[in-house]
Design a protein. Structure first.
Lengths: 227, 366
């Protein structure tokens, strides 16, 4: 394993226990994503896309197999180790934005910096990103005063504020209208192009998937070689 | 940043925060009121002891500060009066009528007036008949016992002949013989006050009286010693009682904060999931919950202190003679500290629960 890949999984399995029943969500996933790649993952509901997202993001440990992110083997990482991984290596963008409702947009971004141990002010490069995201004038508003598109832009700013190795986006346009969806997707593409940000995006929408360099299809917990 | 998160959380649910602070304030008020009552009632008793204006107080054998079951034959009053340096001796009979410190005191009014110069009256004057009594302004206010009114004490009807300023020996002063008859204690008193030719002779006279074989083991104290004995530690059971109330305070603080923070953690499950997805450690999440409980505890302490002024006001207006309360600022940090312990302990379970929440489940919480 390695060969320049920033994400690499091999024979990755993940099973959930629901009551007495063990539900296999991932059934041997082999995936490799190179640094600077923008990969879209598509598949029907229950295909295991979100589970793959959670395992790669360090939100849950794999049941078996191997998964490496930026050289770290997540299979052997403890809960605290996965917490550290999320803090510094991974940026998440969720379908429901998941901003802290009590804090302003600026503080939502600042919380991520603070948790990562970065107590310095915003760096000049980040000011540029905020301009690029088009939210510089909306930073002192709380989420309930922002449109869906603005909230998702704030969420993207929060996800990349610590310069993560990978940006994981789970249906980032799922709650947005067409105009805002397009804006967010273009932003992700811009971040990938201009900053070299590795992006792994889950989507149902083939048009959205087309923004990536390549599309990976999933079904029944596996990646389809010939969709 | 942690403080901003905590303050914004508190501001986000103002009613919950306010109710929590109010409920946390209850045990603080409870403790401060109890301590204030202890100090107030004891100070009132001490002031009334000083207000007797005698130099030496003689109590029956085997009596305690608040119990004088064994009487002294009245003949001893004359015996003391003949002792060197003793200018006057007055025997009184005290009987509790309400609680610990509310007593009716029977005395020979002309003899007491001759010894001390008499009571200072707010209205009215000394008793004219055997069933006349004088009461202090606290008692008059609480029992609506205006001058000339008839009131029933110890199943006997009395007429209020005058109202005296508080802090002078007793709340209620009656005729000695009538009280002796009422209590079937004819010819007996339970305290004797001695006035000396010179207060400077107090120690010497006490030494001489204690050396008298007839007075072996009699509690003979200076008025100042007697006044200084009105302390919490000299009241049987009072300190354990205060400790019990403190314990109740901790328990109430514990449950209030536990419930409040448990609800808060449930409400914020998704937000905790967001923080964990950002890489927040268990310690970080726990710190936020405990910091919020700490702030609620501080707010609750302040509310409790303010409410204790409410108790002080109400007690002063409604029952100034039965019970007296003092504001004791020394106890503010103690009551606050006790409640904070309850608050922090109460936040531990919800805090640990939040800290160990599964981020995926938390993020899926609606």
């Amino acid at each position: 394993m390695n060969n320049g890949a920033i994400i690499e999984t091999r024979d990755l399995h993940k099973a959930y226990r629901v009551g007495e029943v063990v539900v296999p969500a991932l059934r041997g996933v082999d995936l490799s994503v190179k640094t600077g790649e923008f990969v879209s993952i598509v598949g029907p509901s229950g295909s295991g896309k979100s589970t793959l997202f959670h395992v790669i993001g360090g939100l849950t440990p794999p049941t078996s197999g191997e998964v490496r992110v930026a050289g770290q083997n997540l299979t052997t990482l403890s809960d605290a180790g996965r917490t550290r991984l999320r803090r510094g290596m991974v940026g998440f963008v969720f379908q429901k934005f998941n901003l802290l409702p009590n804090l302003t947009a600026r503080d939502n971004i600042a919380v991520a910096r603070f948790i990562a141990g970065n107590t310095r002010g915003e760096d000049a490069g980040f000011e540029e990103v905020l301009k690029m995201l088009g939210i510089a004038g909306r930073l002192d508003h709380k989420p309930n005063a922002l449109s869906g598109g603005e909230q998702q832009r704030v969420a993207i700013a929060r996800a990349i504020v610590n310069h993560p190795a990978i940006l994981l986006a789970d249906e980032p346009t799922g709650n947005l209208d067409t105009g805002n969806s397009q804006g967010v997707l273009e932003l992700l593409r811009d971040l990938n192009k201009r900053l070299g940000q590795t992006v792994l995006m889950i989507t149902h929408n083939p048009d959205a998937a087309a923004y990536g360099h390549r599309t990976v299809h999933m079904r029944d917990g596996r990646i389809l070689e010939h969709p | 940043m942690t403080s901003r998160l905590v303050i914004e959380n508190i501001k986000h649910q103002p009613m919950r925060s306010l109710l929590s602070a109010l409920l946390i304030g209850v045990p603080v008020t409870l403790i401060l009121t109890l301590v204030g009552l202890s100090h107030g009632m004891l100070q009132d008793a001490a002031e009334r002891t000083r207000g007797i204006r005698a130099d030496i107080i003689v109590r029956p054998k085997n009596s305690t500060l608040i119990s004088m079951r064994n009487g002294i034959p009245e003949a001893f009053v004359k015996y003391f009066a003949k002792k060197p340096h003793v200018k006057a001796a007055v025997g009184v009979l005290m009987q509790p009528v309400e609680g610990i410190t509310m007593m009716i005191t029977g005395l020979d009014m002309p003899a007491y007036d001759a010894m001390t110069g008499g009571f200072r009256y707010v209205t009215g004057g000394p008793p004219k008949g055997p069933d006349d009594i004088v009461v202090d302004d606290y008692y008059a206010h609480e029992k609506k016992a205006a001058e000339g009114r008839r009131i029933k004490i110890l199943n006997h009807w009395w007429r209020v002949s005058g109202i005296i300023e508080n802090g002078q020996m007793a709340h209620i002063v009656a005729n000695l013989q009538v009280l002796q008859n009422l209590l079937s204690a004819e010819g007996a008193v339970n305290t004797i006050y001695l006035k000396l030719d010179n207060p400077a002779n107090t120690k010497e006279v006490i030494r001489e009286l204690q050396a008298d074989p007839k007075l072996t083991d009699w509690p003979i104290l200076s008025a100042e010693e007697m006044a200084s004995m009105w302390t919490i530690d000299n009241m049987p059971g009072l300190r354990p009682f205060i400790y019990v109330v403190m314990g109740i305070g901790v328990v109430i603080g514990f449950f209030v904060v536990c419930l409040s923070m448990y609800m808060a953690v449930l409400q914020r499950t998704r937000e905790i999931g967001i923080l964990k997805s950002l890489g927040a450690s268990k310690a970080f999440v726990l710190r936020i919950i405990l910091a919020e409980a700490f702030l609620l505890g501080v707010a609750g302490t302040l509310v409790g202190i303010v409410l204790s002024f409410g108790s002080y006001y109400l007690i002063g207006v409604l029952v100034p003679a039965s019970i007296q309360m003092k504001i004791v600022p020394f106890w503010w940090p103690i009551a606050g500290g006790i409640t904070m312990v309850g608050a922090i302990l109460g936040a531990m379970y919800p805090g640990l629960r939040a800290a160990s929440a599964d981020p995926i489940e938390a993020l899926a919480y609606e």
